[in-house]
Design a protein around this ligand. Structure first.
Ligand SMILES: *[C@@H]1O[C@H](CO)[C@@H](O)[C@H](O)[C@H]1NC(C)=O
Ligand SMILES: *[C@@H]1O[C@H](CO)[C@@H](O)[C@H](O)[C@H]1NC(C)=O
Ligand SMILES: *[C@@H]1O[C@H](CO)[C@@H](O)[C@H](O)[C@H]1NC(C)=O
Length: 348
C-alpha cells in the first residue's frame, strides 16, 4: 500500500467510525417527550383547568413538607373551583395516617352524598398519599386504587404504583445555586445513595470517584454535585430522592436498578432516558467505569444540558412559578383529564 492509500484507508475508517457514532447518538435539543405540543397544552391548562376539592371533615394538614406545599398551593390557586359543572377533576384529600378502613368509609360517603363518583367510578378523581395505596378487597378501595389518579412521593414502595395512571412528587430540593462547573470527579456517591456493597468498596479505592461516608453540608453537597460528571444512585435499597437535584446541578444521574423504573417524576413529560443512565446491578466497578467513560465521550454534554434544561420542572417554589414542580404535576393531571362519564340511568 502506498502512503496515500494508507492515509485514505485511515481516513475512511475514521469517517465510518465518526458517522456510526454520531448516528447511534441522536442530537436532541429538547428535554420534552412532545416538544411540539407542550407549550400549547400548557397554555390551555393554565387557562381552563378546574379542580373541585372535597372539603375534609375535620380539616387536617399534611405532615411531609412536599405534600403540604402541594396541597396549600392547590387550595390557593385559580385551579380550585366550587362549581362542579366546570370541574375536570375532583380531589379527595385525606390525612396521611388515615387507616385503610377509614379511607374506604370516606369513599363510601362521597359515593352516596355526591353524584360525581358514580359517573366514572372514581376515574376523574385523584388523591395524595405519599406511600401509596395497596390492593385491598373492599369495593371502595378497589375503585380508588384502580381508577383514581394516585399522587405518591418518589420513589413509591413496590406494588403501590400503576404506570400511565399514577404520578409521583419529586422531593423538595435544596435551593443552593450551582457553584462551579469544573469537573473534578467522574462519579459522586453521596453517603446514602447506594447501599454498602462490594461495588461501593471498589469505587472507594478509585480516585476518580468520590464516595462520601458522612452526609455533607448543603453547601459542600451543592459543590460536589456540580463538580462531578455523574451521580450514582441505587433504586430499591439506596436513597434515590436526590435524583432531581443532581439533574438541576448538572450531575448526570446514573441509576443502578435491576428492573425498569416506572414511577420517575414527570415520566410522561420529560425524556428521562436522555438525561440519566440506567444500568444493571451486575458488573462491578470496572464495568461501571468503562460505561461512564464511554458515555462521557459520546453523550455526557448532551445529557447534562437536557437535565439542566429540565431542572426547573423539578424545583418547588412558594409561590409557584411557571413550569415548576407544582405546575408540571398539575400538567400531568391535565393530560389525564379525559375520562368517560356515564349518564345516570333513571329507574322507571
Ligand atoms: C369554595 O367554598 C368554600 C366554602 O364555602 C370557600 O372557603 C372557598 O374559598 C371556595 N373556593 C373557591 C375556589 O371559590
Ligand atoms: C352510587 O351508586 C351506588 C350503587 O352502586 C348507590 O348506592 C349510590 O346511592 C349512588 N350514589 C348516588 C349519589 O346516587
Ligand atoms: C455552569 O454552566 C451552566 C450551563 O452550561 C451556566 O448556566 C452556569 O452559569 C455555569 N455556572 C458557573 C458557576 O459557571
Amino acid at each position: 500500500m502506498s502512503t496515500t492509500s494508507i492515509f485514505l484507508f485511515l481516513f475512511s475508517s475514521l469517517f465510518i467510525f465518526l458517522t456510526t457514532h454520531s448516528k447511534s447518538i441522536p442530537h436532541i435539543t429538547s428535554p420534552y417527550l412532545s416538544p411540539a405540543t407542550i407549550s400549547a397544552n400548557y397554555d390551555a391548562m393554565v387557562k381552563n383547568f378546574k379542580i373541585f376539592i372535597y372539603k375534609p371533615n375535620p380539616p387536617f394538614t399534611f405532615d411531609s413538607p412536599v405534600q403540604s406545599l402541594f396541597y396549600t398551593t392547590l387550595l390557593d390557586s385559580d385551579l380550585a373551583t366550587n362549581n362542579t359543572d366546570e370541574a375536570h377533576l375532583f380531589f379527595v384529600p385525606f390525612p396521611p395516617d388515615l387507616t385503610t378502613r377509614s379511607v374506604a368509609r370516606l369513599i363510601r360517603t362521597i359515593r352516596s352524598e355526591f353524584p360525581y363518583w358514580n359517573r366514572t367510578l372514581g376515574a376523574d378523581h385523584f388523591y395524595l398519599s405519599c406511600a401509596g395505596i395497596g390492593y385491598e378487597s373492599d369495593r371502595n378501595l378497589v375503585e380508588l386504587k384502580k381508577n383514581s389518579i394516585q399522587i405518591s412521593c418518589f420513589p413509591t414502595p413496590d406494588g403501590k404504583f400503576i404506570p400511565h395512571k399514577d404520578i409521583t412528587l419529586p422531593s423538595l430540593a435544596s435551593s443552593h445555586a450551582p457553584t462551579s462547573n469544573a469537573s473534578r470527579f467522574l462519579g459522586y456517591v453521596r453517603s446514602n445513595w447506594v447501599k454498602e456493597s462490594t461495588l461501593v468498596n471498589e469505587l472507594r479505592t478509585n480516585p476518580e470517584f468520590l464516595v462520601e461516608s458522612e452526609p455533607s453540608t448543603p453547601r459542600i453537597y451543592a459543590e460536589r454535585l456540580s463538580s462531578s460528571k455523574f451521580c450514582l444512585f441505587e433504586y430499591g435499597g439506596g436513597d434515590i430522592s436526590g435524583i432531581a437535584e443532581a439533574l438541576r446541578f448538572g450531575c448526570v444521574p446514573v441509576v443502578i436498578a435491576d428492573r425498569p423504573i416506572q414511577d420517575l417524576p414527570f415520566m410522561d413529560v420529560l425524556r428521562w432516558q436522555e438525561m440519566a443512565l440506567f444500568v444493571g446491578k451486575s458488573g462491578g466497578a470496572k464495568k461501571l467505569k468503562r460505561l461512564l467513560v464511554r458515555a462521557c465521550w459520546e453523550r455526557h454534554d448532551q445529557m447534562r444540558g437536557l437535565g439542566m434544561a429540565a431542572g426547573h420542572h423539578l424545583a418547588w417554589n412558594a409561590p409557584p412559578q411557571s413550569f415548576d414542580a407544582f405546575h408540571t404535576l398539575i400538567y400531568q393531571l391535565w393530560l389525564r383529564r379525559h375520562t368517560i362519564r356515564y349518564v345516570r340511568r333513571e329507574s322507571a
